[in-house]
Write a protein that binds this ligand. Structure first.
Ligand SMILES: *Cc1c(COP(=O)(O)O)cnc(C)c1O
Length: 558
């Protein structure tokens, strides 16, 4: 314990997240939430912030994705071995779940910044001999299992995490809940502070990420009671959450002193969903160094020295000669096209305007958007020559999501010989890096207002890749038409029916592609590169996690 004191010495902020995407070898992330958590850690380390992170070990991780010959997703699971990366800490804590004793221990992983600063990450684990087999599984699958399994995981993350902090005798000043999965930590704090809600509120910060009601975790009290409830706890939860069900968001809202959404628009939506709460906004970012490809790293080193530690300096990216921007981009594009051709045999080429799209397969992301009018797409392509690269996973139990992907395989077949379209398997952070730096246009077509923030477009901008996106999430803040990229459809505040908006969006998409984007790419190369340069100096300089974390410190933590 004593030698651990040094490790944890100054760590005053505990950051709780169900998923954290630290590296590709540690598959404890599923998508945007986990990647954001990983970038939060990366920037915190660079900035030497006194943060410690807690998550579940998710030993069997998220899955690897493959496709059968019909474009149907097949999953495989690969276990990662925490003992190879982390050290099992001595202290253990116990939780009561279904009246059984469940022992929880923590793996300490030390994340080092290139500045040599370190952030400790605790991976909570229940896979120990003393536990019954079904309890050993609680920390195996990220977002696996049913409602009951999920609640058990949230008990381990929230209550277990808070107890582990006490067992390690850490002096925590703020508990930051990254999404509601860890809200049960408030229950633990209420017990620690004599049921004083005001005290607990002063300790808690909550970031909500979900602009749809159905996306917020709720559990019936019968289930809560079955898993851990004594009457006192149920009464407390009813007091601080909803009286008819345990709503994890409501619990966090009621017991946090600072609450924020992840983009300005998301704040407005959250206020409508949860009237009566003060909700702030800190727009998301990405970790600049992590998401810049090697070719642009070299360029920035040469022309914007100090950029990695101080991404704001990218505001001066217009100092980089256009020829060099174009050259760096084409190297990144070649890396991607070679990869695509090797994996799919699509025979894509380096000169063709290449559009990328990768998202978790969920209906609101509208993967098939570009295929809405195939004749129109063919006509646009005939005049301009396009190629498309898709990727993205569906949740293993989401048949509808798998169907979305399979549909795209159908379109790919239908357009064979006319438009080259590839769907790459197994989207993860490594593939994301290749895609967001190697395409010419990064496309995003969410149904509004379901994109809370989105971050992949920020990654694209760090590599001089131009965004073409529906005005939702962060893009409302990053977009200047024809300067930093292009919008699809009306401005977000223009009110109109859903059908009408969808029609405007699809018209806008084909029209801009045909009359603005294709001619600019093929005929006005200088204008194109200016927009690439603007993407760096007017988007990347701001939409990074260094800026985001400085704001969390001054607005939420202090
Ligand atoms: C960045 C990233 C995401 C999130 O991208 P969105 O734009 O929010 O959809 C998801 N998955 C991976 C692997 C990523 O790298």
């Amino acid at each position: 314990m004593d030698d651990l004191k040094g490790v944890f010495n100054e760590h005053k902020i505990a950051y709780f997240s169900m998923e954290i995407g630290l590296s590709n070898d540690i598959p404890t992330y599923a998508g945007g939430l986990g990647v954001l958590a990983g970038d939060t850690i990366r920037s915190s380390a660079d900035l030497n912030l006194p943060i410690i992170a807690l998550t579940l070990v998710s030993k069997k991780g998220f899955f690897n994705q493959h496709f059968d010959e019909n474009g149907w997703q097949i999953e495989s699971y690969e276990e990662w071995d925490p003992s190879k990366y982390a050290e099992l800490l001595e202290p253990e804590i116990n939780l009561k779940i279904e009246n059984r004793n469940v022992k929880v221990k923590a793996w300490l992983y030390k994340y080092y910044s290139f500045t040599k600063e370190m952030i400790p990450i605790l991976f909570l684990d229940t896979d120990f001999e003393e536990n019954e087999p079904k309890d050993r599984e609680i920390t195996h699958y990220l977002y696996g299992g049913d409602e009951k399994y999920r609640l058990k995981q949230e008990i381990v993350l929230g209550m277990g995490g808070a107890r582990m902090i006490d067992a390690l005798e850490l002096d925590i000043r703020k508990y930051h809940m990254n999404e509601g999965h860890s809200s049960l930590l408030t229950l633990e704090l209420l017990h620690n502070y004599n049921m004083d809600g005001e005290k607990v509120r002063n300790l808690c910060v909550f970031t909500t990420h979900t602009p749809v009601k159905a996306g917020h975790d709720t559990f019936p009290y019968t289930l809560v009671e079955e898993l851990f409830g004594d009457n006192e706890d149920i009464e407390l939860l009813k007091k601080y959450s909803d009286s008819d069900k345990l709503d994890m968001t409501r619990l966090a809202l009621n017991l946090s002193d600072y609450v924020n959404g992840v983009a300005k628009r998301h704040r407005e939506i959250s206020k409508q969903m949860f009237p009566g709460y003060e909700i702030n906004t800190i727009t998301n970012g990405v970790h600049t160094y992590n998401w810049t490809c090697s070719h642009f790293k070299q360029l920035y080193d040469e022309f914007v020295p100090g950029w990695a530690a101080e991404p704001e300096l990218l505001v001066r990216a217009s100092n980089i000669p256009y020829g060099r921007v174009w050259e760096a981009h084409n190297k990144a594009k070649k890396d991607l096209i070679d990869y695509v051709n090797e994996k799919t045999g699509k025979d894509m080429d380096y000169e063709t305007l290449t559009i990328g799209f990768s998202r978790r397969a969920a209906e609101y992301k509208r993967h098939s958007f570009i295929f809405t009018d195939l004749e129109r797409l063919k006509k646009v392509n005939y005049k301009g020559n396009l190629q498309f690269i898709f990727a993205g996973k569906a949740h293993p139990r989401d048949e509808a999501g798998k169907k979305i992907i399979q549909n795209i395989f159908g379109y790919i077949k239908e357009l064979e010989g006319q438009i080259k379209i590839a769907y790459l398997e197994d989207y993860d952070m490594e593939l994301a890096s290749k895609m967001v730096s190697g395409v010419d246009i990064w496309l995003n077509t969410p149904m509004r207002p379901y994109e809370a923030s989105g971050t992949s477009g920020m990654k694209a901008a760090h590599n001089g890749v131009i965004n073409f996106s529906v005005l939702d999430g962060w893009w409302i803040e990053g977009w200047i038409e024809g300067v930093t990229g292009w919008s699809i459809g009306p401005k977000s505040y223009e009110y109109s029916s859903e059908d009408k908006i969808a029609k405007q969006e699809i018209d806008d998409f084909y029209n801009k592609l045909e009359y603005i984007i294709i001619p600019t790419y093929y005929e006005r190369r200088n204008d194109w590169i200016k927009m690439m340069s603007n993407s760096i100096s007017m988007i990347a300089y701001y939409f990074n996690t260094h800026r985001m974390m400085r704001r969390y410190v001054t607005e939420a933590y202090l």
